[in-house]
Write a protein that binds this ligand. Structure first.
Ligand SMILES: *Cc1c(COP(=O)(O)O)cnc(C)c1O
Length: 381
């Protein structure tokens, strides 16, 4: 039998958690906090594994469905959903690190993750060293006897550096460390880090998996043993996802391939044109992510003399959105949003300055997107 391609798999996910007596085409939303039992034998059936569900914080068909679907798309045996990308990241980290342990993380992380690692984990007694992950020698030098985890993002934010996952895995194997990759920007359409050997892959499903800016959710995938531990962390810490949000996020996966394909083509076009634009100082867009495309985020630096207030005000239907990955093209301003919490020095070190704009390319006509951006650039001068 012919194996389903990614484009087909996203539409026909195969998990069968749904005992659907009415034959509805889509999985119903099990909007229930708890499940009921008609006698003690039935109740006992939960503990013997015959009945799957007891209490929604501990498990629900919709949230489990999302975990299964993303695991399948990532080529991993198991997955678990969480209430947000941050919750999924925390659950993944707590699977491998506890008080007294040490983590090595890439220094150019999503702002929220940076804060989690630098502040919250420190308060938990977990030490983090931030390194330039591309400089694998300095990563090796940072390894301590208590080091447990190497953490990075497959495509970084906002400069779209593509992580050398092979190097990370090699080092992790040598020192018996666990590897964890945030695959939010790439999505399993472009990259599947688990199939390359990464232990834990995490997503903010709030972004491309949901795809419509209407859900906050996270997913963690990996080996069954690790995901089982993550699930128990999620249950104990109350980081579970609601059934409706899980349902929405899973619905998003059905068009993931279509959206990523169109958004990547659009992004390629915009990056190319802006690279040749006299009033754009620099364009950041990956040279190569996968055969299917290079992703849908383009960052640009405008000239120093640009008036950023005028630039943003001149964008007509392109809104300032401090997030990414919707079907609408949007812009964000890292200095004012995602990297606001960083000190001036930290921002300088990362190269995040006042002229930097991150563009999340949508599914609109690519010429319309370019026209809007060019008009705003003109207006800023
Ligand atoms: C948005 C984002 C997160 C956090 O996800 P939430 O769903 O907002 O908690 C983590 N990593 C990356 C790369 C993100 O873009």
């Amino acid at each position: 039998m012919r194996e389903k391609s990614f484009e087909t798999s996203v539409v026909h996910s195969e998990h069968k958690l749904d005992v659907n007596s009415f034959k509805s085409k889509r999985t119903p939303i099990y909007q229930t906090s708890v499940f009921s039992f008609s006698d003690l034998d039935e109740l006992e059936g939960y503990y013997s594994g015959e009945n799957a569900y007891l209490y929604s914080r501990m498990g629900n068909p919709n949230t489990d469905g999302l975990g299964h679907t993303i695991a399948q798309l990532e080529g991993a045996p198991a997955g678990v959903a969480a209430s947000s990308g941050m919750a999924a990241i925390l659950a993944g980290i707590l699977v491998v690190a506890k008080h007294g342990d040490h983590i090595i993380a890439s220094e150019d992380l999503y702002g929220g993750t940076f804060h989690l690692l630098e502040k919250e984990l420190k308060d938990f007694g977990i030490e983090v060293t931030f390194v330039a992950m591309e400089d694998i020698e300095s990563v090796e030098q940072a390894i301590q006897p208590r080091t447990k985890l190497l953490y990075s993002e497959s495509i970084t934010n906002p400069f779209l550096r593509v992580e050398n996952i092979g190097n990370m895995i090699e080092l992790a194997d040598k020192y018996e460390l666990t590897t964890m990759i945030d695959n939010t920007f790439a999505t399993p359409y472009l990259l599947t880090p688990f199939t390359e050997g990464v232990d834990l892959v995490v997503h903010s499903a709030t972004k491309y998996i949901g795809g419509h800016s209407d859900v906050t959710a996270g997913v963690l995938v990996g080996r069954e043993s690790l995901i089982q531990t993550a699930r128990s962390k999620i249950v104990s810490l109350g980081m579970n996802l609601s059934p409706f949000e899980a349902w929405l996020a899973e619905r998003g996966t059905k068009t993931l391939a279509l959206r990523m394909k169109k958004q990547s083509v659009n992004a390629e076009y915009v990056a190319e044109r802006l690279r040749n634009h006299a009033d754009v100082e620099q364009v950041y867009y990956p040279a190569f992510v996968s055969e299917k495309g290079n992703g849908a985020i383009v960052s640009i630096k405008l000239k120093d003399r640009s008036d950023m207030h005028k630039f943003f005000a001149a964008l007509d239907w392109i809104k300032i959105v401090p997030s990414l990955a919707g079907v609408e093209t949007s812009v964000s301003y890292p200095v004012a949003t995602s990297h606001r919490a960083l000190s001036e020095d930290q921002r300088k070190k990362l190269g995040i300055d006042d002229t930097l704009v991150r563009i999340s390319i949508g599914i609109e006509d690519e010429k319309d997107i370019l026209y809007q951006l060019e008009a705003a650039i003109d207006h800023s001068l």
